[in-house]
Ligand binder design. Structure first.
Ligand code: ADP
Ligand code: MG
Length: 395
């Protein structure tokens, strides 16, 4: 794989050893039932490789944002699902660290898999407490980071631990870095960035990174209203992030000076409320009247974006074009998703909701890479260092 400079699990000596694997198994749950297991599936290749090579495996992850131990956020459902997918029993340890966990780890044989309990039950996790990292390290001989989606956080299971054990990247982390790295550093031109979703402040760094580098940046979702507001347009009741308006002013000025085309919607679909049953109106401009909110890009905008995506050498898409969860406002996101699926260029999609949209339209396997990392994929393409990646030794 090109450009991956870190130690890889492919080259790790694990036969007869205990490997601690950090996965990003933070799956969506509906009352302890997993509603989407793709993050578990994404980690399987690394786990299978380690089993084939004779390692005993401890898997750890966080789940949700518990404040201390919280039975509602136990990793038990994840352990069960992982066991089904691997075709072996995957017991759940009593905690992340401790004597009981150490005893269970001792008993593991080659190919056995033990799931450790939710890492965020330990207060030291998010503090990157060295004592917690040391206690974890005592359980295993090698550390494998396969949690791309958590690697933008310097936590004990993503960063601290890699200082305590021989460490390497798992196959998913490696693939994420090379796919997103191609977009960031070496895209086949023209590079078309498609940005939508709700939070301008989260994504303005991506615009900054690609202004002057990408050929085109296409904006949809609620993001565009901060920009329209900065242009002095009426935005009605559209979702406008006030903090984003300042950013948007700067972005507009920067775009003016750059060679990158910053493309904004030319038409919209409006609703009275964020509700599938609300009144709907198509607007052939972008000045939103009082009492209405922009909830999707219009058909002309979608067709324009689809055309540009089809001509791209590389496409990076993050963020839905509208409130795609609501049927009357899904068409713009669907059109863009289809265009990305059909595009002959290298196509990479990041972001939880963009991925959910692709899955809903049955197109998830039609893109070259669907990133498992939301925030991590944004920070990576922005050029920020991911602590969990940086800490790994070079190959
Ligand atoms: P991702 O998870 O792909 O990074 P975000 O989390 O930034 O995307 O944004 C997704 C959310 O943005 C969706 O819930 C969607 O309903 C919402 N959204 C998109 N466009 C609009 C809009 N015009 N008005 C309000 N919400 C919107
Ligand atoms: Mg989201």
């Amino acid at each position: 794989m090109t450009g991956f400079a870190k130690a890889s699990v492919r080259d790790a000596d694990v036969d007869g050893k205990r490997a601690l694997v950090r996965g990003d198994l933070n799956v969506p749950l509906d009352d302890k039932k997993i509603t989407d297991d793709s993050r578990i599936r994404a980690c399987l290749p690394t786990l299978e490789l380690l089993r084939e090579r004779g390692a005993a495996i401890l898997v750890c992850s966080h789940l949700g944002r518990p404040a201390g131990t919280d039975p509602a956020l136990t990793l038990r459902p994840v352990a069960e699902r992982l066991g089904e997918l691997l075709g072996t029993d995957v017991p759940l340890a009593s905690g992340l660290v401790g004597d009981e966990v150490a005893a269970a780890a001792e008993r593991l044989g080659a190919g056995d898999v033990l799931m450790l309990e939710n890492s965020r039950f330990e207060p030291g996790e998010t503090k990157n407490d060295p004592a917690l990292a040391k206690a974890l390290a005592a359980l295993a001989d090698v550390y494998v980071n396969d949690a791309f989606g958590s690697s933008h956080r310097a936590h004990a299971t993503t960063e601290g631990i890699a200082r305590e054990l021989p460490a390497c990247a798992g196959l998913l982390l490696e693939r994420e870095v090379s796919e997103l790295g191609r977009v960031r550093d070496d895209p086949e031109p023209p590079l078309v960035i498609v940005l939508g979703g709700a939070k301008v402040t989260d994504k303005v760094g991506v615009i900054d990174r690609f202004l002057g580098f990408a050929e085109e940046i296409l904006i949809g979702g609620a993001m565009c209203f901060s920009i329209f507001k900065a242009e002095g347009r009426d935005t009605g009741n559209s979702l406008v992030e006030e903090e984003g308006v300042e950013h948007a002013r700067r972005v507009l000025a920067d775009a003016e000076r750059s060679d990158t085309l910053l493309e904004l919607p030319e038409d919209l679909v409006l609703g009275r409320e964020f509700d599938a049953g609300t009144d709907v109106q198509e607007l052939n401009s972008v000045d939103v009247p009082e009492g209405w909110m922009g909830l999707d890009i219009g058909a002309n905008t979608a067709a324009n974006y689809a055309k540009r995506i089809g001509r791209a050498g590389t496409v990076f898409w993050n963020g839905p074009m509208g409130a795609f969860e609501l049927d009357p406002f899904a068409a713009g996101t669907r059109r863009v998703a289809e265009a990305v699926a059909e595009a002959p260029g290298h196509t990479v999609v990041g972001g939880g909701d963009s991925g959910a949209a692709l899955a809903e339209f049955g197109l998830a396997d039609r893109v070259d890479w669907l990133s498992t990392g939301g925030g991590a994929s944004l920070e990576f393409v922005e050029g920020r260092e991911l602590p969990g990646l940086e800490v790994l030794p070079d190959a």
